[in-house]
Design a protein around this ligand. Structure first.
Ligand SMILES: *Cc1c(COP(=O)(O)O)cnc(C)c1O
Length: 403
């Protein structure tokens, strides 16, 4: 319980970190508190405060006349996201609505192109499972919860498969190019837990969705995005026939005629302030570069795993995340029989903020853009103290809705 990398070694890695200076550009008003939940909600860059304030000023100045510019934002920010983070081409990504709504749109539209069942992995994120089941019911298709991503892809009756690129609990990362449906089903990739943290290449993917408030740090309720491969766009129609998806929106014509290209996946008015926040955040992500972010994320999670093996395994913890850096995202889940109480104690007694996922996982998310190696070291050290001393048992074991 005392070996492993030293605190001085962690500090030396920070000193060598090419991304270290970016931390100063994020609002961290409480440096004593170690925030390792950036995989749920990232921290704001100061540039976001400025951009949002400027957007409000612009709104005040131009009022309704601002719309001709603002309507371009879902595509404009989508193109930037495509280039900086997704390995997608211009005109393939739209930033609007939420991940949940975008999944609903793409799942329905995909079923127009394929017969067969709607399939996902039983461990997939809840909103994905619920939306997909609802779409299957509405379309009279079987709904199959497979035992794993591999089983979902092997399902012979699949028409549509939806998988998370990084699993929200285990942190397991799948290789998009290598994971294809044996039945030729369309695959929707949910990138919520990978975008901004790992390298993504959508050149081999047909459909994808994701959110902007985790590693992209666009703020609570930040807009979701969707990706549709260019060659497929005009074969698909959104089930939400909103006026923003209409070919000649302001003709306000009597019948629906979907716009060509990615615009047909819009629904209603775009979230302009959230788009401005994401646009500002993307400046920092671009400056850091996805390759460097991914490399640092792999190193931070490696440090969590090394310290967990060294210090925490003797205290009843087990690493529940793949050990190969090529197979994990930027968070590590540790399993412990008293995970809930340990997690509360970390937050209330030790100034460390991870999160808990039922039944027995504590997730430590290490957003590479503002997390230091010494943060990870200190968090694991405080965790070791809490559990070795038994002090975590002093906290109330009652439950709360959001951790
Ligand atoms: C966070 C997350 C979502 C969030 O969906 P919202 O519509 O933004 O609430 C969806 N899917 C996955 C896999 C997620 O991690």
């Amino acid at each position: 319980m005392t070996g492993g990398p030293t605190r001085a070694e962690a500090q030396a890695r920070d000193a060598d970190d090419p991304l270290a200076a970016l931390r100063e550009r994020y609002a961290i008003p409480d440096p004593e508190r170690i925030y390792l939940d950036g995989n749920s909600l990232g921290r704001p860059a100061y540039a976001i405060e400025e951009r949002v304030a400027a957007t409000v000023t612009d709104w005040g100045a131009r009022v309704v006349e601002g719309w001709p510019d603002w309507v371009e934002l879902p595509r404009r920010v989508g193109d930037r996201l495509a280039e900086i983070c997704l390995g997608a081409r211009p005109g393939e990504v739209l930033v609007a609505d939420t991940t949940t709504v975008n999944l609903y749109k793409l799942a329905h539209a995909a079923l127009d192109l394929r017969p067969g069942a709607v399939v996902t992995d039983a461990d997939n994120f809840p909103t994905d499972r619920y939306v997909l089941e609802g779409v299957a019911i509405a379309r009279g298709r079987p709904f199959i919860l497979a035992g794993s991503a591999e089983e979902a892809l092997a399902e012979p009756n699949a028409g549509l498969v939806c998988l998370s690129h990084v699993d929200y609990r285990s942190g397991r990362l799948l290789d998009i190019a290598r994971h294809r449906s044996a039945a030729g089903a369309l695959v929707i990739w949910d990138l919520s837990h990978s975008v901004g943290a790992v390298r993504i290449d959508l050149s081999q993917a047909d459909l994808a969705i994701g959110c902007s408030y985790k590693y992209l740090n666009a703020g609570p309720g930040g807009p979701g995005f969707l990706y549709v491969r260019r060659e497929m766009q005009d074969q698909m129609v959104s089930p939400i026939r909103g006026w923003f998806s209409q070919r000649d929106q302001f003709a306000m014509g009597p019948t629906y005629d979907p716009a060509p290209g990615i615009d047909r996946f819009m629904a209603g008015s775009p979230p302009v302030i959230g788009l401005a926040a994401l646009d500002a955040s993307l400046d920092l992500i671009a400056e850091a570069g996805i390759e460097r972010l991914a490399a640092k994320g792999a190193a931070l999670t490696q440090l969590i795993i090394e310290l967990a093996d060294e210090w925490l395994e003797p205290l009843g913890f087990a690493v529940a995340t793949p050990r190969s850096p090529a197979e994990r995202g930027s968070h590590v889940a540790l399993r412990h029989i008293d995970a809930w109480q340990v997690c509360r104690a970390l937050i209330e007694r030790a100034g460390v903020v991870p999160d808990f996922r039922r039944p027995d996982l504590i997730r430590f998310g290490a957003p590479p853009i503002y997390t230091r190696f010494v943060d990870v070291w200190d968090a694991m050290d405080r965790l070791r103290d809490l559990v070795a001393s038994g002090r975590y048992r002093e906290v109330d074991a009652g439950t709360r809705r959001v951790t």
